[in-house]
Design a protein around this ligand. Structure first.
Ligand code: HEM
Ligand SMILES: *[C@@H]1O[C@H](CO)[C@@H](O)[C@H](O)[C@H]1NC(C)=O
Length: 325
């Protein structure tokens, strides 16, 4: 009977590993294949419709992924509004300028009407970014799903994870390192600044009282025309486009601009002056395919940062609020 007791002793452990192995509690490709087979298709259709009406929604979905996943977890905490026990992360100054949140509800509602309470807001954040990247001419990324939604926001922690526009490159590299993204991946992800806009409040530090010497002088003059006041009203819609040539294309123009000293944010331009990052800037400026490959792999790592899975968290009914118990 010695054998029998060995088996009895092993059974709980074995069961545990079998459960792990079955994918319970893990992200996987096409997580909704049985529970909501059209989930990814519906998200894609809605993202496309929104893009056709308001092109910059796709830009917002890419930034959403960074601001959600970088802080603690990819758990849609970025989407929460102020409520009892919740201070919205959107209130953090690091999340300044984020927009189009209302259209997330459009996507969620379309998914809810086909499969109620099945598809998480966190997966909608991830999938909409993935689909947005493709619509903006970026790489075709296959992304796992199965993330669950947080029941809390992390407003107090946002500033520990999301850098400022004028932080040092070494701080930025260490932030990304802490979630498993190396220097090459960090350089690639910042290529997201190939699309979208920057408000003057984030630029004037490079323009006044005298222009940053690392900035091309003609470009500095152009930016001063865009941002005529050293103290812009943060509420004024004064901004510059990240990329004047191809503002709505996720391409390597960003790196070409950096090499000609036309980086917009201080953190963008610093990529060329740091010995660790500058070789990657040159390679990416040279080869859009290489940029896209590195961008895709880093975006996957970002999208899989510390997710809630299995029975953790919840599937929110409305992405703006945790479910009431
Ligand atoms: C060191 C890291 C980063 C810093 C300091 C940073 C900072 C900023 C700032 C200050 C803006 C302008 C906001 C405004 O004035 O409206 C911005 C815009 C943007 N960022 Fe980043 N960012 C970083 C990394 C990333 C990453 C990793 C992504 C995505 C993969 C990303 C995607 C975007 C996008 C798409 C926009 C344009 C948003 C729009 O036009 O609405 N950023 N970022
Ligand atoms: C993207 O990849 C998917 C799955 O690998 C494929 O079905 C789809 O046709 C690809 N789309 C484009 C535009 O390349």
């Amino acid at each position: 009977m010695a054998q029998g007791s060995v088996f009895t002793g092993l059974a709980p452990a074995l069961l545990f590993f079998l459960l792990l192995g079955s994918g319970e509690g893990q992200l996987k490709l096409d997580f909704y294949s049985e529970s909501c087979p059209r989930a990814e298709e519906i998200v894609k259709e809605e993202v496309k419709k929104l893009y056709e009406e308001h092109g910059n929604t796709a830009v917002s979905w890419v930034r959403n992924l960074f601001h959600d996943c970088m802080v603690q977890s990819c758990d849609a905490s970025i989407l929460l509004e102020d409520a009892a026990n919740i201070v919205a992360e959107k209130r953090s100054d690091r999340n300044f300028g984020m927009r189009n949140f209302k259209y997330i509800n459009t996507i969620k509602n379309a998914v809810e009407s086909e499969c109620p309470m099945t598809v998480s807001c966190a997966d909608i954040v991830a999938l909409s970014a993935r689909d947005g990247v493709l619509l903006l001419g970026g790489p075709n990324i296959s992304m796992k799903t199965g993330r669950r939604d947080s029941r809390e926001s992390y407003t107090a922690q946002v500033a520990d994870f999301i850098p400022r526009h004028d932080d040092s490159i070494s701080l930025v590299l260490s932030r990304f390192q802490s979630i498993g993204i190396d220097a090459e991946g960090t350089v690639a992800l910042l290529g997201a600044h190939s699309v979208g806009r920057v408000h003057c409040v984030n630029l004037v530090n490079r323009l006044y009282p005298t222009a940053d010497p690392t900035l091309d002088p003609d470009y500095a003059e152009y930016l001063k025309r865009r941002c005529p006041s050293p103290e812009p009203d943060p509420k004024a819609v004064e901004y510059a486009r990240n990329d004047r040539e191809t503002p709505m294309v996720l391409d390597n123009m960003y790196y070409k601009h950096l090499l000609s000293r036309k980086g917009l944010l201080s953190i963008d331009q610093q990529l060329t002056s740091d010995a660790t990052t500058s070789p990657f800037v040159e390679k990416m400026a040279d080869d859009n395919g290489y940029f896209h490959d590195r961008f895709a792999s880093a975006l996957i790592v970002l999208s899989e940062n510390n997710p809630l899975t299995g029975e953790q968290g919840e599937i929110r009914k409305d992405c703006r609020f945790v479910n009431s118990i």
